[in-house]
Design a binder for this molecule. Sequence first.
Ligand code: SF4
Length: 430
Amino acid sequence: MDLLTTLVDKGLRRELPTRDEALAVLATQDDDLLDVVAAAGRVRRHWFGRRVKLNYLVNLKSGLCPEDCSYCSQRLGSTADILKYTWLKPDQAAAAASAGVSGGAKRVCLVASGRGPTDRDVDRVSQTIAAIKEQNEGVEVCACLGLLSGDQAERLRAAGADAYNHNLNTSESTYGDITTTHTYADRVDTVQQAQAAGLSACSGLIAGMGETDADLVDVVFGLRDLDPDSVPVNFLIPFEGTPLAKEWNLTPQRCLRILAMVRFVCPDVEVRLAGGREVHLRSMQPLALHLANSIFLGDYLTSEGQAGQADLDMIADAGFEVEGAGTVTLPEHRAAAGAGCGGHGGACGPLGAAHDVEAAAQGSGCGGHGSGCGTCEAPAERAADPGTGRTAEPAVEPVAEPVAEPVGAARTDLVAVRRRGAGTDLPPNA
Ligand code: SF4
């Protein structure tokens, strides 16, 4: 396909595809799908080799959010039967983070539900960051606390945060259909505040919320304009008890096309396979590693992912390798450009530095869906959990073949509400 040859050439040169080219990727036929994956995989390997970065979610505060993000199980009015708890203490969060790090994660994503942090919350998170860094030398910490204001970004940076996650989630034109309590512009502003403070920006999207191909291209082009260091790609987990519970409209093939499009538009950026991968890609997850260079290890914020050991096995079986703590995630031109872990912001850098780790985060926070806030509903734990002895049983039952469920059907067989804290089988903060 001439299209794919063009896109590979552009990806290797970091040149932006046209909107029509991005749309054409989403419109490819199943017969061409492996060619699409192979082409985007060339771009992925050019910038990131066969490395897979592991990220670990710690849900600092779960549920009870006053915002109304339709995709979120923690939203105002959600009747999803999720765990609800207030702030984990620094030592609790550090213990959870250590479980992920011992499973191979190089980034810990600290997520809290809510519109945004108070100054007292920033103090609390600062203490948590210190506790995590004290126990896990060299680990990258990304905060995902919602909308920032005042000097909060600077304070988080000063406290040692390497990155900040805040997802755009969907296109500007459809944002009001998904959320009414804040705007797309609010989200853009927070990402820019994080960048200005020297934090590595992590910002991504959620696919599967009823958007059009044009919406998907719009949000990914919007992300490219913002130039985050990492882009989490979430696939909606339709929680019972949320307005989008009936939105089961993704197939594994569709997910792969979306990931390929994101890779072509953001060729040298950390593209993270985030919430919903087990639910929607199912047995096709390993193919997605040819497109994304980063995943969450274990569970998401309010739902269970597959066991961490299953993630590690999948990476090895597919011929990829877990990115080591001493490796800089981003290509040299991006890692040197800014600051953080990745690119611009700041902190992290190449190895060695005191706070160096890198930065992109997504998996997480508000905004995503993996969890709560926005970004990711991200998986948080259930990593390999070597310290806990947890077995590697998949939390999500494998499905023999893609099932196109009728609209309106609940898929409780696919969506498992998370009942445990990071690195433990006990509820957090019980
Ligand atoms: S995504 Fe974040 S801000 Fe929105 S409802 Fe969920 S926790 Fe609240």
